[in-house]
Design a protein around this ligand. Structure first.
Ligand code: GP9
Ligand code: MN
Length: 655
């Protein structure tokens, strides 16, 4: 061993110490980032240890490659490797600060699609101090420039080979210990947090690349036999409609509104005695609107677009990346297509450009007839903020277009103002900010209040135009607004310590359904976003028994109540599993041996069945009874003139 070390030292011509110094600096930096930036939930000493050693194998492996070369090539490869890995780490840090998640291959694809639009959010997540995450790269460049790191002639590749072997051995040890602490880590985990905690940010990226290549090949390998098991499962779990409500909205128009970042805790919440969302609160209590206060959001990395996907298809979005970006060419049997054969026209209204989140591609597969994007709106500086048109001008300018549509219509409106970082322009709100130390949280109340006012204005316009009496309105919160990273301030807001269970409950989003002529009221059944589509279709008098939807009608007597989160956790009326632990849903206390396991299996199967459909594009092999398949080639979203009705003068204007 000693001989080997001496011979390595000789061959490295004194570079060995500097090489290992670079490895150690990189290792410590990564570990510091884990501790400072990520919230990985370390539970025991073993996890603590694994977190500490996991950057080592990556450093040895990637830097070790440099040692296979001599002279300048060696130092250049070392610098490039060090920079690339540091960049991967830093990109994850910036992304995590908002999304509370790690970057995956599909997210990178998404960024390509979304272009510079994410710039503003990304910038607000960076700080000059972040240069710290490149100190070792800078030092290395300095060593090389000063010729302190100066690999001479390479006699053998042995040192490189030894370092790479050491990397593999370290990785195997790491993986072995991780599997012991968390069996089936690689095969079952949907949770990126776990993978990073056990294997590290760099190994996770490698794993992710492999996973994605696998998913692409999955579609190619699937055939029509794969649909049988999925079909049997879904049909066995079908919840028949409640005769009291079935068909009560037959032939009516549909308006969906995606309420950006709105969480259920905001409904009826008073900030210093003042209601934040007085209009939505009035709907919750008017007895005319169904208010579902126990619906968990099931979105993944696709956020708003994931929620849209769930609402239209009653399928789960992808566990990684956005289905809108990665599976836009699939065959779907979405609401706009289902309703087409009943004479419905469909349209989306959104104050951002049509390519954002690949919507113009996805909407063709969903069968939307029209897409009114930013091109149709007055996108002045005053009217817009970070992600696009502000909600008040958005609804006001949408009204004439909505009125011009042939009826019955199925439409959705995607709001934007209540988006992170929630900062409002001067003059747009006089609602007081909260007074915690966290500006994001403070501003959230102001922008939510602005959205609430915009919604009230929209409802008034619907009433004035006469559409209200013949239109089902579905309002839903798309996903969380305040991520876990802001829980310190959130504890002040809700007045108690936030446990992992409370945190899961904060993932609830409000859902309202107003059906003209039907009494509503509070429905506190546990449900998920996947349950909205079957609920709506049944109200419209369309039985979902032949459709492959994984949700179940919230108004049905047989509504299933084990509701999965996208990460495999679940909520049910009795017990809930959050981060692998079992809680009583009623008290929020940890419970042992309380039967979370069998329910977790149910939740897992539901997700798996949905994933089969989405990942393998199985609906191309399935035709529901009476359904007319659509051809995505029939849809193009080219700007056209809107015939504005004359008698609508004065309607839909901003107050
Ligand atoms: C904008 C919308 C908002 O078009 O998708 O972004 P998100 O809430 O998904 O970050
Ligand atoms: Mn959103």
């Amino acid at each position: 061993m000693k001989k080997l070390f001496l011979s390595i030292k000789e061959k490295m011509k004194g570079n060995l110490p500097l090489f290992f110094l670079v490895v150690i600096l990189f290792w410590l930096k990564t570990y510091a980032a884990y501790r400072i930036e990520f919230n990985l939930g370390i539970d025991n000493k073993m996890q603590e240890f694994l977190l500490f050693i996991n950057p080592l194998s990556s450093a040895l492996l990637f830097f070790g490659i440099a040692l296979l070369f001599k002279g300048k090539v060696q130092s250049t490869i070392l610098i490039i490797m060090n920079f690339l890995l540091s960049f991967v780490l830093y990109a994850n840090i910036a992304y995590y600060r908002f999304f509370n998640d790690f970057i995956t291959v599909p997210v990178v694809m998404q960024t390509k699609v979304n272009g510079g639009q994410l710039g503003e959010s990304a910038l607000s997540l960076m700080s000059p101090l972040d240069i710290f995450y490149f100190t070792d790269t800078i030092l290395l460049i300095f060593f090389v420039a000063k010729k302190w790191y100066n690999p001479g002639k390479l006699v053998t590749r042995k040192p490189g080979a030894v370092v790479i072997l050491a990397a593999v051995a370290t990785f195997m040890l790491n993986l072995g210990l991780a599997e012991k602490d968390r069996p089936e880590l690689l095969t079952r985990s949907f949770d990126r947090n776990y993978l990073v905690k056990y294997l590290g940010a760099y190994n996770f990226s490698v794993y992710d690349v492999i996973q994605n290549a696998r998913s692409a090949s999955q579609r190619a390998l699937a055939d029509s036999n794969d649909i049988t098991e999925v079909e049997n499962y879904i049909k066995a779990n079908y919840a028949a409609p409640n005769p009291e409500y079935f068909g009560k909205a037959k032939g009516m128009n549909v308006v969906y509104v995606s309420m950006e970042s709105l969480q259920t805790f905001m409904i009826d919440y008073q900030l210093n005695g003042q209601e934040v969302t007085p209009f939505l609160n009035s709907l919750a209590h008017d007895g005319k609107t169904f208010y579902f206060n126990n619906i968990i959001n099931q979105t993944g990395q696709g956020k708003t677009s994931d929620a849209e996907f769930i609402m239209d298809n009653s399928l789960y979005p992808m566990s990684q990346g956005a289905v809108y970006v990665n599976k836009a060419q699939n065959t779907y049997q979405a609401s706009p297509a289902i309703l087409k054969s009943l004479g419905y026209k469909s349209a989306v209204f959104h104050g951002n450009y049509k390519t954002f989140w690949n919507r113009n591609e996805m909407y063709r597969s969903l069968g939307y007839d029209d897409f009114f994007d930013a091109e149709y709106y007055n996108m002045t500086d005053e009217n817009t903020k970070n992600y696009g048109l502000k909600d008040k001008p958005f609804f006001a300018e949408s009204m004439p277009i909505l009125e011009s549509l042939p009826q019955p219509f199925y439409t959705k409106f995607i709001t934007l103002s209540n988006h992170f970082p929630f900062k409002m322009d001067e003059g747009d709100t006089d609602f007081p900010a909260a007074e915690t130390d966290d500006n994001v949280v403070n501003q959230y109340f102001q922008s939510a209040n602005y959205m609430d006012q915009a919604l009230e204005q929209f409802f008034n316009d619907l009433k004035t135009s006469g559409l209200y009496d013949n239109t089902v309105v579905v309002l839903y919160g798309d996903h969380y607004g305040i991520s876990e990273n802001h829980n310190k301030a959130m504890e002040e807001i809700i007045g108690k310590e936030i446990t992992p269970f409370d945190n899961a409950m904060l993932q609830r989003v409000p859902v309202f359904i107003h059906v003209p002529g039907v009494d509503g009221g509070l429905v506190n059944k546990v449900g998920g976003q996947v349950d909205v589509q079957p609920t709506l279709l049944h109200l419209l008098g369309i039985d979902t028994k032949d459709y492959l939807t994984v949700g179940s009608d919230l108004l049905s007597k047989n509504h299933r109540e084990v509701v999965p989160f996208r990460n495999g956790d679940f909520v049910s009326p009795e017990v809930s599993q959050i981060e692998e632990k079992c809680y009583s849903t009623e008290t929020g206390e940890l419970v042992e041996g309380a039967g979370c396991e069998s329910l977790a299996e149910k939740a897992r199967i539901e997700l798996q069945m949905s994933d089969e459909i989405v990942y393998k594009d199985l609906l191309r092999f399935y035709k529901p009874e009476g359904y007319e398949p659509i051809d995505r080639n029939d849809y193009q979203y080219i700007k056209k003139e809107i015939p504005i009705k004359e008698e609508r003068n004065g309607l839909g204007t901003q107050e």
